[in-house]
Design a protein around this ligand. Structure first.
Ligand SMILES: *Cc1c(COP(=O)(O)O)cnc(C)c1O
Length: 399
């Protein structure tokens, strides 16, 4: 008998681990490895935010705070929703946790009973299905292929909903594809969801501030008929390069917010008091950083998408947001690499690319869609140029 709980046994080990582990081994062996696997911005946290944290320490803001966020931070979050999304909330509709992931985890633990279903569009962020499983629910994967721009098709969404459906998770801009839902896209989905009042919507807006070329961000809580069933998750990790600070938040139904506070009160207590003070400055302070950074990201995206599409056998859409692209390697399946190893799957492609060329990317099947791979361009232009050259040489070498 194993000491590990049955519930934990439902969780798969991370499929991205094989590639990361291999990359580590190659690096340790002295090989030159470029990693395009990172899920975080490469920029430093802006200085005004760091200074606010230092001030918080010096001012003695180093004690327990309210379990689900200080009143000052909740106020900054309320202002953010009003200013950026034209959404009104009260403090008892806001929760703050140790990162967006923690907020999603809490929301699932707070609401799922055994057998409850959560519709997850694929390609998905790797944590969604496993969080649902950990919370005792059942993930229902809704495939969204490249022909539909990796976005949900409204009639297929409708087919995936039944009496057991408790949540649908939306993520725009998306990790791993960078796909962004326009207001029209969201209105199409909303038409379906309005018909099923027992279904709640978790909107993961973590990449709200990483969009390009005037893409106009719209979030489903802005649909009045749905607002009371939407939990909008956001955070400072991606917008302000604050992944290590661990602050995420959500706004939504009081009942869920209260339940989440109960969970935190018996598990993590409040997120770090210092990080909360830093998040106040992130939200209330100057927003210049976001624009400057988006310019760099866009330059990188333009370069990466163009370079990928110049490679025979690779096809890549041009996404409007996040810092990922999700190119297809389907045309290269069935070929052999120069060691004679056959590329049967996207996982083989990714492993062979790493072993032969020292470029680490993640296979699409890890995100629930086979025949693709994810590139994160949250790294320097110099690294990207070297990496794309190597990917091109590798693809040409396949026979
Ligand atoms: C990074 C990320 C998050 C949350 O990140 P935290 O650091 O936990 O705030 C949530 N959703 C997606 C899709 C992400 O990529």
């Amino acid at each position: 008998m194993s000491i590990v709980s049955n519930n934990l046994k439902r969780i798969k080990p991370s499929p991205t681990l094989a590639v990361t582990q291999k990359a580590r081994e190659l690096k340790a062996a002295g090989k030159d490895v470029i990693s395009l696997g990172a899920g975080e911005p490469d920029f430093d946290t802006p200085d005004n935010i760091k200074q606010a944290a230092i001030k918080a320490i010096n001012d003695g803001e180093t004690k327990y705070t309210a379990v689900d966020g200080t009143p000052v931070l909740k106020d900054a979050i309320i202002k953010k929703f009003k200013r950026e999304n034209n959404l009104e909330y009260q403090a008892d509709q806001i929760t703050v946790g140790a990162g967006g992931k923690h907020v999603i985890y809490n929301a699932m633990v707070a609401t799922l009973n055994e057998g409850d279903e959560v519709v997850i569009p694929a390609p998905y962020w790797v944590s969604y299905p496993d969080i649902v499983l950990l919370a005792g629910g059942t993930p229902i994967i809704l495939e969204c292929n490249e022909k539909q721009g990796f976005k949900i098709n409204a009639s297929e969404l409708e087919k995936s909903i039944n009496k057991k459906t408790k949540w649908i998770i939306l993520n725009s801009p998306s990790n791993p594809t960078g796909a962004c839902y326009s207001e029209d896209d969201i209105r199409e989905i909303a038409k379906v969801l309005i018909k099923y009042p027992h279904v709640y919507i978790l909107s993961d807006d973590i990449y709200e501030h990483v969009t390009y070329e005037g893409f106009k961000f719209f979030t489903i809580a802005q649909i009045t008929e749905l607002k009371e069933r939407v939990l909008t998750m956001n955070g400072v990790s991606k917008a302000y390069s604050m992944t290590g600070w661990r602050i995420g938040y959500a706004a939504g139904p009081k009942e869920i917010i209260k339940a989440i506070a109960k969970i935190q009160s018996q598990s993590t207590t409040n997120p770090s008091s210092i990080s909360q003070a830093a998040a106040v400055e992130a939200l209330n302070g100057t927003q210049d950083f976001i624009k400057e950074r988006a310019t760099s990201f866009q330059e990188r995206r333009d370069f990466v998408v163009k370079a990928l599409n110049e490679i025979d056998g690779i096809e890549c859409l041009n996404p409007d947001g996040a810092f990922y692209v999700f190119p297809s390697c389907k045309s290269l399946i069935g070929k052999k690499d120069n060691r004679g190893k056959e590329i049967k799957t996207d996982t083989d492609f990714v492993q062979s690319l790493l072993e032969n060329s020292g470029v680490a990317v993640v296979q699409g099947s890890a995100f629930g869609l086979e025949g693709f791979f994810r590139i994160s361009y949250a790294t320097s232009m110099g690294n990207l140029k070297k990496a794309l050259e190597k990917i091109s040489t590798f693809c040409k070498s396949l026979k």
